[in-house]
Design a protein around this ligand. Structure first.
Ligand SMILES: [Cu+2]
Length: 346
């Protein structure tokens, strides 16, 4: 008996230690995709709804577990205890524990429904509209008022409502930037909406939050919140045609490789013959910080690796090669020229 008790005590201490480590690990500093640090009205409203419900749940948990523990200890079997009297139901108790949760749920429903309605409200005419197109496995961002098209990075001004029209090219995705706005499904054949007003400039990471196939985990993006002046400057720059390389330069060679290697079938570079629609618009690729749904940061070395063998960097499902193909046939010199050209497209 002694041995069993010692083992049980050891197991309990170990379990508590593990639980404590897990609890404390929630306090680590840098949490780029945490909802508990809202930086926009949308995320703030959800957080303000979540906290009271969380503490209410803690109260329910403590009361229910307290009653269970008291009952276990007080009414436990003792050596000389008689066989307990059998009882059949208790109407008063049953009404009480049916009514109490119903009342709690009704109380939670009031602020929940009003928050849903609040978040779904149409923004005013001053809002910036951006069309977000989710596709396996990257995000395109289109600014219909200025004709700008980009990928991987959504630029928005601070303090101005942003109205996202969410569309899908293929299957269901979900758009989620935890610090700015709640999740919203992106469904083929319909347009869903998110409105938020960011309150702090900075970079916020986002992620597809609906399993959408082999590369789902690499369907990331970034929201760059800028001051209105920075944002207008960025927009003006993105509206320009692609930079034209100096004749005879390595960038000019790269452009030639690009135009003759099949890249044009899938990519657009405005002002050139590249008019493909399958992959991201590369007109200003050099001004972006991420490659291919955030699987790499945009550096010349990473871009080189990507152009050489994209499928091994962003692995998918064998036999179903969706996405960018490998270009292992290109020489090192050709890839270096391509990289110089693409990085010059600021
Ligand atoms: Cu997705």
């Amino acid at each position: 008996m002694r041995g069993v008790k010692t083992i049980a005590r050891g197991a309990l201490v170990t379990a508590l230690a593990v639980a404590l480590v897990l609890l404390v690990s929630g306090c680590v500093g840098d949490t780029p995709q945490s909802v508990n640090d809202p930086r926009a009205d949308n995320a703030q409203k959800i957080w303000d709804l979540f906290m009271p419900i969380f503490w209410l749940s803690v109260g329910v948990f403590v009361i229910v577990q307290g009653i269970v523990i008291v009952a276990l200890i007080r009414f436990r079997r003792r050596p000389d205890s008689p066989v307990p009297r059998a009882i059949h139901g208790n109407t008063k108790l049953e009404i009480a524990w049916t009514l109490a949760p119903a009342l709690i749920l009704a109380a939670i429903a009031v602020p929940t429904i009003s928050t849903i309605a609040d978040l779904a409200r149409e923004p005013g005419p001053e809002a910036l509209t951006v069309r977000v197109v989710g596709q396996q496995w990257w995000w395109a961002f289109e600014y219909p008022d200025s004709g700008v098209v980009t990928a991987d990075e959504l630029h928005v001004p601070v303090g101005r409502p942003v109205h996202l029209e969410l569309k899908s090219k293929d299957i269901i995705h979900s758009f989620w930037v935890p610090k700015l706005a709640g999740k919203q499904d992106v469904v083929p054949g319909r347009t869903n909406r998110i409105t938020f007003t960011a309150d702090t400039p900075g970079e916020y990471s986002g992620q597809c939050a609906e399993f959408c196939g082999a590369k789902h985990a690499n369907m990331k993006f970034r929201v760059i919140v800028q001051t209105p002046e920075e944002f207008e400057a960025w927009l003006a720059q993105q509206q320009q045609a692609a930079v034209e390389p100096e004749p005879g330069s390595i960038e000019a060679q790269g452009k030639e490789v690009f135009m003759s290697s099949g890249c044009v079938g899938c990519h657009t570079i405005k002002g050139t013959d590249a008019k493909g629609q399958l992959g991201p618009d590369l007109t200003h690729f050099g001004s972006r910080g991420l490659i291919a749904g955030g699987v790499l940061t945009n550096t010349p070395e990473n871009l080189k690796a990507w152009v050489h063998d994209a499928p091994s960097i962003k692995p998918g499902q064998p036999g179903r090669p969706l996405g960018m193909p490998a270009f292992t046939g290109l020489t090192d010199e050709q890839v270096n020229a391509l990289v110089a050209y693409l990085e010059s497209l600021k």
